[in-house]
Design a protein around this ligand. Structure first.
Ligand SMILES: Cc1cc2nc3c(=O)[nH]c(=O)nc-3n(C[C@H](O)[C@H](O)[C@H](O)COP(=O)(O)OP(=O)(O)OC[C@H]3O[C@@H](n4cnc5c(N)ncnc54)[C@H](O)[C@@H]3O)c2cc1C
Length: 469
């Protein structure tokens, strides 16, 4: 089966390549890195490991004009173009073999307009950095669970995280964006200007242009009650945890991992290496208010309880995960409305994790509902508004030789648990073009294609979960 590997080798001779890159050499100086220059490999690397993909150059841009210059070079020289912010794509889309990488990380400016309740962030800003800046004003925009993820990559796919059930997806809090299009034009996308593009940016991924600025709604959030909590992997416990989260007030969001317990010092040694139910939870309010919500979860008998009242940005400092080799990740949506998997499903998930032989095998569950469900499915390109859970079966290998076994595990487990199909683009790795089509309802996909034809008819922006024009 063909996969969505966007890696291709350039057909250009070394001389032609040098000529094609000359405008960027002049404009960017040592911010255009080509192999084997010092720092090239480190700059080119993305969060997750995998098969080698070596770009011909990495362009570290600082301004919208520089973005437009890189886009022009890729377009005119017919070079594959990868656009990258936080570099956390599960599919490693931030690397184009034989292509040009547009690295947004130096475009990291943030302006918090507390009076207007809007955060303006350049296209390379990371979730943790933005949250710290907003937190200084007692404000927040909801992103995911990891501070080192780029907010642009996250928002373009949807963005499911610690505040989603209360305030919606990151994309639902996007008020506008500045975008450099394939033809070099710089446009605004919001409810009034280019509304079709604005619709597509909220769930359609990086298909339509390079986002150089996001305008995001800010919410008052002086304090949250959250952190990590873990239980033994018992089917009854897991089913009760899931039912409790599904029925919890909208102020509670989070995620549950069924996984092999890592040797973390806060976990008792006897659970290390054994299946465990580990949640990261966030209640958008003080501990006094959260206590009653957490009581049924605590009553189940935790093996670790790190939940406390903290400033919201501290949700991100619990230590990010280590990036291994991404074997596969299959996300799907389960159930509708207020619903949770039953004990038989929970037993199957625990059994599957126990049977995995290599690396890190995880069944990750995120409760949806609340404000996510309050948005009309046609209002944004993220359309899975009725789903009760987003479930991802994920395998992270320690080295490339562990990849085939984990891939098999992901395929069989997602089949057993019924999570294949209707996927979430932000969590897809190793996806086929059919998987990408299946990630969108038919009407959404048709509309995305229309917008793609209007804004990127030659598919210059193809290093993504690609919507063909
Ligand atoms: C450890 C980890 C934790 C995660 N947690 C969550 C979570 O809690 N919730 C959630 O919803 N997702 C989560 N994700 C998935 C994440 O949202 C996606 O992988 C997202 O695409 C990453 O964005 P990035 O900018 O870091 O990645 P990159 O690899 O830099 O970018 C991914 C893609 O986004 C597009 N893109 C990025 N920047 C731009 C730009 N400026 N303009 C145009 N297109 C751009 C490109 O198509 C690019 O290929 C997580 C991923 C990892 C690895």
């Amino acid at each position: 089966m063909a996969t969505q590997d966007t890696s291709t080798s350039t057909q250009l001779s070394p001389e032609a390549l040098e000529g094609a890159l000359a405008p960027l050499t002049a404009a960017l100086g040592d911010r255009l890195l080509t192999p084997p220059a010092d720092g090239f490999a480190e700059t080119a690397a993305v969060f997750l490991g995998g098969p080698e993909r070596i770009p011909v150059a990495v362009a570290r841009v600082r301004t919208t004009d520089e973005v437009a210059a890189v886009v022009a070079v890729a377009r005119d020289a017919n070079l594959p173009l990868a656009v990258r912010s936080g570099g956390h794509s599960f599919a490693r889309h931030g690397l184009a073999d034989g292509g040009l990488v547009l690295d947004m990380r130096l475009m990291d400016g943030i302006e918090i307009d507390a009076d207007a309740g809007v955060g303006h962030a350049q296209g390379g800003v990371l979730a943790g950095t933005y949250s710290t800046a907003a937190g200084e004003h007692g404000l927040a925009t909801g992103f995911g669970d990891t501070g080192t993820v780029g907010i642009t990559g996250l928002a373009l796919g949807g963005g499911i995280g610690y505040l989603s059930r209360l305030h919606g997806l990151t994309a639902d809090n996007l008020l506008g964006a500045e975008v450099v299009l394939a033809d070099g034009r710089v446009v605004q996308a919001n409810a009034d200007e280019n509304p079709d593009l604005f619709w597509a940016l909220r769930g359609g991924g990086g298909n339509f242009g390079v986002v150089t600025r996001l305008d995001l709604r800010l919410r008052e959030l002086p304090v949250v009650t959250g952190g990590m909590v873990a239980w033994p992997a018992e089917p009854g416990t897991l089913a009760t945890v899931l039912a409790t989260l599904a029925e919890a007030p909208e102020k509670l969001s989070g995620m549950v991992n069924v996984m092999t317990a890592p040797p973390l010092p806060m976990l008792p040694a006897e659970v290390h290496g054994k299946p465990i139910v580990m949640a990261l939870v966030c209640f958008a309010g003080p501990a006094s208010e959260a206590e009653a919500v957490f009581a049924p979860l605590r009553a189940l008998g935790t093996v670790f309880d790190g939940v406390s009242e903290i400033p919201y940005p501290e949700m991100f400092v619990a230590g990010g995960p280590e990036g291994g080799a991404s074997a596969d990740a299959r996300p799907g949506f389960l159930g509708e409305g207020v619903w949770a998997p039953d004990e038989a499903w929970a037993a199957a998930a625990i059994e599957a994790v126990s049977s995995a032989q290599h690396g890190l095998a995880v069944v990750n569950l995120r409760p949806m509902g609340g404000a996510i469900a309050g948005v009309d499915p046609a209002a944004t390109a993220f359309a899975h508004r009725d789903a009760a859970w987003m479930v991802t079966v994920q395998g992270m290998a320690l080295g490339l030789d562990g990849v085939p076994a984990l891939r098999e595990w992901v395929a069989s487990t997602s089949g057993t648990l019924g999570v294949a199909g209707r996927g979430y683009v932000n969590f897809m790795a190793n996806a086929t073009p059919q998987d990408v089509s299946d990630a969108y309802p038919e009407a959404t996909l048709a509309r995305l294609r229309e917008v793609k034809r209007a804004y990127d008819p030659t598919n210059l922006f193809a290093a993504n979960h690609n919507v063909a024009p």
